[in-house]
Design a protein around this ligand. Structure first.
Ligand SMILES: Cc1cc2nc3c(=O)[nH]c(=O)nc-3n(C[C@H](O)[C@H](O)[C@H](O)COP(=O)(O)OP(=O)(O)OC[C@H]3O[C@@H](n4cnc5c(N)ncnc54)[C@H](O)[C@@H]3O)c2cc1C
Length: 456
């Protein structure tokens, strides 16, 4: 029996249930990746396409060159391929997002009609969203009870499977090269990223192992300080399934549980919660989870939005974070909250615009975590920071970048300013070559609260 292993968001060999069971139950396997821009809800952002390009290169190497690539409609491609190579089974990952589920169901019907068996495995999440429900069988909307009562106390995540013992490949002629998927934009912005990120499954494992060696023991306190190295920076690897969260979970369980490890596990839990929310409340992909915000009047100034995107708002911590995003394809979690709050609350710009900018620029741009993160910060989501909690960028900068290292790394034009003025350079007596604040914090805060009072 020959099988296709269909890769999508889990581009790894180790603990990949679809690959593992395909190798176990098939004579020969044909690993396939289809870049399907036709049946997709949202085209991948530029940063994600660069990451995908490299992740596919790495996966192809790990499969001794046997990854068959296709560009186009998955339905048409799969039907042709199963016929041409007498494939009797497909092994693939379980989808959790609405559009992916609809596409999967359609493919499954079509493949069954061709006499092909479809085997599906949860390769992405620790907890299948449909299995985690409250006593009254409705979904949770608050993180802590979801995580503690719904997940931790009830369901042990699947044990990791390791790597398949042996892979016997079905050799076919597939002349599509990774370059033919047109993932890289013509304008080469990405060369410098090659020095910042090592994109392979092995690198993901190395980063995780070295994080477990030391940084994790500072995680709970250290994770809030963007200049420190106390978060794992594994998010793009996790997004593309280059490391399995189940494997991470059980590696973490081997350590003596302290508050740092518990906290790190709960952050992985937030990723699960994001998928959970989108699974049960798929309308939040585009609409406010809290529908009262549908009447909120956004001001959406193009000029202010552009200043925010370029890191020219005149608020150094916001500008540093937006430039970090542009220069590295990553932004620290606290900075994501600060910049998102500034956009939505001080500039009164719709969270969906911010979400789409992050979607384009983040290497870890994740359909579920990005939407849930934006709705959480905007106050429109589940268990959200209340709308009236407005991050003050001056205080955030002074508290979480107290030595100014992060700010100065990305806003070097402020290097000669005394530290006490760093987060409010307009108070310094000497003129600087730096943007003036595009809004007044106090006025914009009051305006935001007034707009909120209208929908309350
Ligand atoms: C507005 C906004 C947008 C965001 N967009 C994304 C996104 O597109 N993709 C993404 O992976 N994360 C997103 N996050 C969550 C979080 O900021 C990143 O996961 C985290 O900064 C990644 O850095 P790290 O790997 O060092 O995290 P660590 O602190 O080392 O955490 C380990 C892992 O846990 C997961 N995680 C941690 N925090 C969160 C969280 N709050 N929500 C969901 N998962 C979490 C990630 O997979 C992360 O890699 C967003 C948060 C906000 C506020």
């Amino acid at each position: 029996m020959n099988s296709i292993v269909l890769f999508k968001n889990n581009l790894r060999i180790n603990d990949n249930p679809a690959l593992y069971y395909a190798a176990k139950h098939s004579e020969k396997i044909l690993p396939v990746y289809i870049y399907d821009n036709i049946n997709i809800k949202k085209i991948l952002g530029s940063a994600s396409r660069y990451w995908l390009y490299n992740a596919l290169n790495s996966l192809k190497k790990s499969l001794d060159g046997n990854l068959c690539l296709y560009n186009g409609d998955s339905s048409k491609i799969l039907k042709e391929t199963v016929k041409k190579y007498s494939i009797s089974s497909i092994f693939c990952e379980q989808p959790f997002l609405k559009n992916d589920i609809a596409l999967f169901e359609k493919l499954k019907r079509e493949l069954l009609q061709c006499g092909v068996k479809v085997n599906v495995f949860n390769c992405t999440l620790l907890w299948d969203p449909k299995l985690v429900l409250k006593k009254d069988n409705t979904p949770y909307k608050v993180f802590t009870p979801y995580y503690r009562r719904g997940c931790l106390e009830k369901i042990a995540p699947d044990l990791p499977l390791g790597k398949p013992n042996k892979l016997n490949f079905l050799k076919i002629n597939n002349d599509t090269d990774i370059k033919d998927l047109n993932l890289l934009s013509k304008f080469n912005w990405y060369d410098k990223m090659d020095n910042l990120w090592k994109i392979s499954e092995d690198s993901a494992t190395q980063i995780f192992d070295s994080f477990l060696d030391s940084s994790i023991y500072h995680y709970k306190q250290g994770r809030d300080f963007p200049a420190s190295n106390y978060t794992s920076k594994l998010s793009p690897y996790i997004r593309f399934g280059m490391i399995s969260v189940n494997r991470m979970w059980y590696e973490l369980n081997k350590l003596d549980l302290d508050r740092n490890i518990a906290h790190y596990k709960s952050e992985i839990g937030w990723r699960e919660f994001s998928y959970y929310l989108l699974y049960h409340f798929s309308f939040m992909e585009t609409d406010n989870l809290q529908t009262k915000f549908d009447d909120f009047v956004w001001q959406n100034s193009t000029e202010k939005f552009n200043a925010w995107k370029k890191g020219e708002t005149g608020y150094p911590i916001v500008d540093a974070a937006m430039r970090e995003l542009w220069q590295t394809g990553y932004m620290h979690n606290r900075m994501r909250m600060v910049t998102a709050s500034f956009l939505v609350k001080n500039l009164l710009i719709d969270w969906r615009l911010g979400e789409s900018w992050f979607w384009d620029c983040l290497f870890d741009a994740d359909y579920a975590s990005n939407i849930a993160g934006w709705q959480w910060t905007a106050g429109t989501g589940a268990d959200a920071a209340p709308y009236f909690r407005i991050f003050n960028p001056i205080l955030q900068g002074e508290k979480f970048d107290n030595e100014g290292k992060y700010t100065l790394k990305y806003v070097p034009e402020l290097k000669n300013i005394p530290l006490k003025y760093l987060q409010k350079p307009w108070e310094y007596s000497i003129m600087l070559d730096y943007a003036s604040p595009i809004v007044n914090l106090k006025d914009s805060r009051e305006n935001a609260l007034f707009q909120y009072s209208l929908i309350k």
